[in-house]
Design a protein around this ligand. Sequence first.
Ligand code: ATP
Ligand code: MG
Length: 802
Amino acid sequence: MSTLLANLNEQQLAAVTLPPQHALILAGAGSGKTRVLTTRIAWLISTGQASPQGILAVTFTNKAAKEMLTRLTAMLPINTRGMWIGTFHGLCNRMLRAHHRDAALPQTFQILDSQDQLAAIKRLLKTLGVDDEKYPPRNLQHFVNHCKEQGLRAGQVEVWDDYNRRMVELYAAYDDQCQREGVVDFAELLLRSYELLQRNQLLREHYQHRFRHILIDEFQDTNVLQYKWIGLLAGGPERGSAAVFAVGDDDQSIYAFRGANVGNMAAFEREYRVQNLIKLEQNYRSHGHILGCANALIANNAKRLGKNLWTESGEGEPVRVYEAMTDGQESQWLVEEIRSLVAEGHLRNDVAVLYRSNAQSRVIEHALFSAGMPYRVYGGLRFFERAEIKHALAYLRLLENPDDDGAFLRVVNFPARGIGARTLEQLQDAARARGISLFAAVGGLSGAAATKLAAFTGLVARLRDETRRMPLTDLVEHLIERSGLVAHFETEKEGQERIENLRELVNAAAAFLAEEGISQDVPAREGVAVADAPMAGAGDAQPVAPIDPADGIEVLAPGVSAVRLTPLAAFLGHASLEAGENQAGEGADAVQLMTVHSAKGLEFDAVFITGLEEGLFPHENSATEPEGLEEERRLMYVAITRARQRLYLSFSQTRMLHGQTRYNLRSRFFDELPEGSLKWLTPRVGGTARGFGAPREAWSPRWESGAQHASGGARRGEWREFGHSGRDTGDNGRLSQAEQRAALRFDRGVPWRVGQNVAHARFGEGVIVGIEGSGEDARVQINFGRQGIKWLALSVARLEPV
Ligand code: ATP
Ligand code: MG
């Protein structure tokens, strides 16, 4: 016990050992919030104040939940399996499986990830003959999710005009479709579980008795519904049967766009009459320069609860800044830096490359791949979201539930079986007319089309038969072969990688079983006890609700119960829920690539924040409004505070994104960092990046030998390193002789000026609004009126004066 509390500072100790009352721990990044939360769980259990079953802990990602369980087992010799520690989605999924009948769901209900959801919505619009230009599927998707995150069913949404009324009708129709097909989307997991608790008093009381302690990490990013869900479980703010221990940092609230409500922190303090408010201000993660950057940056936000972090660990190394000419060169540099970090003894696992949007990962991946450097991408097109994996999962889903129309449509003609759009329309009409699933409707058709469809349903029936007693890994392997998927990709030019991914699915299945403690040999389609079920009233909870064997719940031993679920159904649930995070091959030592959003809560020895350019980070969609900009800044704060020892910031003058070359200014965030903490690896140049789109105040000098660097062939050591630069020292603002010569050539040879009218072959006439760079690198910004404002390279743009 004493070792448990040994390494905590005074505030942390106070937080860990608070009496069982509501508490709010408000603290900055790296101050030990997650550590405090985990240690508190261990302390509550080891002092006998709570049983493992009496605790519910919510984290933001599966990765974080796993991490918590690992830390917990290291602190306490207990079996953490079956403990209610997970994400909101994961816990709701568990609850719905256990009470699927009360929740009006089939036990094998499938979870739609956002891709599946969009496909389901498109299908709905088509079925109803809705104009998808007027009602774009993505908009409807956002609308539905937003309503659900607010806890609103279609009938509860306020209607204010015809358009909105139609959206609400479509929301209702979408929910009907999901219900018919036995599928739920992510937001539905939460809403359905909330409604279950709200309507079913017996169940609600059961859980309220059971969970004496509810602990929530990353509380700043909870949404309205999650807040209400916690309220139901906690017995409401007034009665307060459970103690709610919320941990968060308002400066790290980065999910407002998905309905997160940082106001939940203030609401919690007020509504739960929180007496225990603890702030932690000592940072244990990052060295001084890194922390200095984080503090200085976030100080630019107006809306803050206000706190400052300090560290005892010394200044450490300055933050390195690198300016590249191209994104390719940026990645090249990155590879070299990572190589030397590894040579210094860092694990690749301890190096993270962060970017603002997924699209940026491609060029980085390319460079790492070419250099033979192992890496792993989190987020982006994740393993379980790849098309070939989706196809395989669709077959698996049909084995569980042939009435899953989404799965049916995905593979009915994949691999191709000559089933055309018209046949499918016919089938859909027939199914709708009879109110049955597509699979069931096949029998009622006749003619040539029916024969082809019957061949498909026959295949599924055969697969169901053949796999009846197979263990999960055999089943997956059997299915990818017999469905014809492997054979199909063998005929494709780039199919090899897809086949490898399909085979990786077999490994993923094996890994899943191992993780869940399920034997590799049990038949995948027969029930097995996979999760702790709540109904037996374990530990200090009273068994209030009767156990219904029809729910698939059984008592394993007094106080220990389990849901019977097939390993296949459990695996499919895992594939949907965990899709967002895990890559196959986890565990190997690999550089970690991810968006800033998915880096939340994590830490690494060395962190690269790449693509720090105006329009990218801060993102162009957010930079124009103060609210949006503050959220971008919090995101940058999250990014910076992931680093323990080394932080690298990089940006590039040009970048290929979505098939277009963009000319970017460096991010305004650079101007918000303390100069003394930065070390520019390339000369600091130009004026401020503020006022995106305006010409730079100073003309930008480049490399002394720009061509050499532009080639991307430069090696470490050949680079000139520049010390801390100051905008006011003027040192780096001065032009080298070569650059002056280039500038003169530029000035004499090409007399472009701001305000000049020009014509471009493709964009038509426009007016120059900005000029920068020189020689090869010279570019102009032109306002083409309706065609928009564009940066063009003078060397290629072929402009004509008019
Ligand atoms: P974030 O806001 O990024 O989620 P956090 O506040 O949750 O950060 P933790 O991840 O819990 O912070 O802790 C940051 C690091 O500091 C971890 O490596 C943790 O083990 C370490 N740490 C926390 N408290 C102490 C302490 N008292 N002594 C030594 N190390 C500590
Ligand atoms: Mg944390």
